[in-house]
Design a protein around this ligand. Sequence first.
Ligand SMILES: [Zn+2]
Length: 197
Amino acid sequence: MAIADIVYACIECGGVETLRPAGDAETCERCGTRYCRVDGALIRAERPGRPPETRSAGEWLDLLAAIGADSPHAIRPAPVLLRIADRQRPHRAAGMYLGRIESFGPELEGVLSLAGDRLAVQTEAARFEWSLLELTAVQPSSRALQLKVRNGPLLSFKFPEGSAVLWETRVQRALQDLYTSLGRGTIIEFQPRIVTR
Ligand SMILES: [Zn+2]
């Protein structure tokens, strides 16, 4: 995982998705704050004229959430690689039916946007759009974000210039806001399926 997958916003200048690889570290392209790994799992921020700040991945995520870096108001459309899995595809080998498997289609280049209750991907050839209310699961898988659509396909999103963790947080937050506004309660689990209480 790149540091930018976890530190999706710069602690110094508040820039969202501004970290870029720079040698064995990553640097904020807006303010120059340098982020590097120390002791394996920790991430250290080095800011000019300030003491370095070292935290675990979980602590960084908590801090960024606490300062609202994942705010839905800050969401701009992002380049995305979308793959759509067709769960309905029968799997056969040597003429024998072996059940149904999830099989991902080709990778589609597009732009992902999240506004109100709509999630959309615009590619050169087509527009895909889903209501957040259609989602039954939100799950991260290594560097991708996977969303399950009710009675529909499994969607996999990769972010060549951004953070899957940030988008996972954004979708979860937008879902909770929507559920709250509809009086559907508090979401206590997003995977393997969305569960409320
Ligand atoms: Zn910065």
